[in-house]
Write a protein that binds this ligand. Structure first.
Ligand code: GDP
Length: 463
């Protein structure tokens, strides 16, 4: 009746169940301090992408967040398990360590947070949604096996994300272990050991016996010191959903990694299309906690629904903002938002991107049937760099175009060049879904010509 009266005073005669225009509704909403959807819409995108500058004075040291990458069977899972077993004391846990997707260990009174899902696929899947989860990657290389295809993939993924790499040379308990060979092989990928005059830390370890694990953790802390990792704990929390599931008894449960600010029980939050009030928080040791500072993983209860892993979560001023964020997110949905936020690179619109000054670097991924071709194509493409654009090959490898290549391309806005190879089935569907440009060639010079032509805006359209 207040609204009917208000409109009446403005000279509009309406009844209670009469429709009014969007503009009128918006005006009324604003007057009553109700958030309008349209207003929020813009904010959602801005807020999600915002890498806001924080005042230097408000920044405090935070623990490093680590992920473990490497070739299959080189010992990623074993390493994570050993670190957890040796460095999370059961006493503080009341006997139980929870499996919540991430855990924090104490080393000499300092904390390190580990993401518990090994592999670069999980890491890049998060990055595809526009957020970086990790500060340092531990690259696990088995000393008896050396550098393998997924080792190379992992290096490309970590480098493309601009994160620091610490090499853990694993399985040194094996008689056939050869640490020097691993160092030698990694020089080809620009990871040069400090004792060889480079600046990559190599730590020999055995996930089986526990040898070298303390050294590895020390090295991580030293690397973190150099990175000067900081965050403002005194602001509304913001972070990432690491895992989420529907628990029979507890409803939607999400493990989140707080990246900035402090999350409290009672905070209003949104995570993708879900929202809610944090009813309870449980840490990785199964304890109920009241707050979670930057770099802390916690399980939260109280969301309306189960969010996807990799989704950004935000704490809000009140229930209403949290809800409108979630609703706007849902209404606009990812397709549109992501389309706007990460306009996919394609050879076809390369020239216009360069002209608009949007593009200073052209990222390429080169896959070929033999190593010789990979190198040849890479070198010729990189040479196409000019004053306007630097052509960079962020990954090169032998074999079919796989999902790892596509996710890397998607997260890094890269184009994939395949030479005498094709994408496998999963890679093909992912590329279509993510809008990644995959170009296949049989002759090297054609690949070079196409990229060159695209850079000059002279690429013939493909029909
Ligand atoms: P992931 O695929 O990289 O996660 O590798 P896993 O952690 O599953 O390890 C693969 C295999 O290597 C398992 O059989 C492990 O027991 C074994 N393994 C892992 N680390 C070591 C190690 O330091 N020494 C030895 N001898 N075996 C290891």
């Amino acid at each position: 009746s207040a609204i009917v009266k208000k409109l009446f005073l403005e000279g509009k005669i309406v009844t209670v169940n009469q429709e009014i225009s969007y503009e009128e509704a918006e005006n009324i909403a604003m007057e009553y301090d109700i958030l309008c959807e349209r207003e929020v819409k813009v904010d959602v995108i801005e807020e999600l992408l915002k890498e806001e500058e924080e005042e230097e004075a408000s920044l405090k040291d935070r623990p490093p967040v680590i992920c473990v990458m490497g070739h299959v069977d080189h010992g990623k899972t074993s390493l994570l398990d050993t670190i957890r077993k040796t460095h999370v004391t059961d006493r503080e846990a009341g006997g139980i360590t929870q499996h919540i997707g991430a855990y924090t260990v104490d080393v000499d009174g300092r904390k390190i947070t580990f993401l518990d899902t090994p592999g670069h696929e999980a890491f890049t899947a998060m990055r595809m949604r526009g957020a970086n989860s990790t500060d340092i990657a531990i690259l696990v290389v088995a000393a008896d096996d050396g550098v393998m295809p997924q080792t190379v993939e992992a290096i490309s993924h970590a480098k493309a994300a601009g994160i620091e790499i610490v090499v853990a040379v694993n399985k040194i308990d094996k008689p056939s272990a050869n640490i020097e060979r691993v160092k030698q092989e990694l020089t080809e990928h620009e990871l040069i050991a400090t004792d060889w005059g480079g600046n990559t830390e190599f730590v020999p370890v055995s996930a089986k016996t526990g040898d070298g694990i303390d050294d590895l953790l020390e090295t991580i802390l030293l690397t973190a010191d150099i990175l000067e990792l900081k965050a403002n704990p005194d602001r509304r929390a913001r972070g990432l959903v690491i895992e989420a599931e529907l628990d029979k008894g507890r409803g939607p449960v999400a493990t989140v990694l707080v990246q900035k600010g402090t999350l409290h029980v009672g905070d209003f939050v949104s995570a993708g299309a879900c929202h809610g009030k944090v009813r309870a928080m449980i840490d990785d040791k199964g304890r109920r906690v009241k707050e979670a500072a930057p770099s802390t993983p916690v399980e939260i209860l109280g969301l309306s629904d189960v969010p996807s892993a990799g989704e950004v979560f935000l704490a809000h001023e009140n229930d209403k903002t949290a809800k409108s964020y979630a609703e706007t997110y849902l209404a606009q949905n990812k397709e549109k938002m992501l389309e706007e936020t990460r306009s996919k690179m394609s050879l076809d619109d390369l020239f216009s991107q360069i002209k608009e000054g949007n593009l200073k670097e052209l990222n390429l991924i080169v896959k070929a049937d033999v190593q010789g071709s990979v190198e040849a194509v890479k070198q010729s493409l990189v040479k196409l760099s000019n004053e306007e654009v630097v052509v960079k090959c962020i990954h090169g490898g032998v074999g079919a175009i796989n999902e790892s290549d596509v996710t890397l391309a998607s997260a890094s806005n890269a184009i994939i060049i395949g030479f005498n190879v094709r994408p496998d089935a999963t890679a093909k569907t992912t590329a279509e879904r993510e809008g990644v440009d995959v170009r296949l060639y049989r002759v090297i010079y054609q690949a070079i010509e196409d990229v060159e032509a695209a850079m000059k805006g002279m690429l013939d359209p493909v029909f």
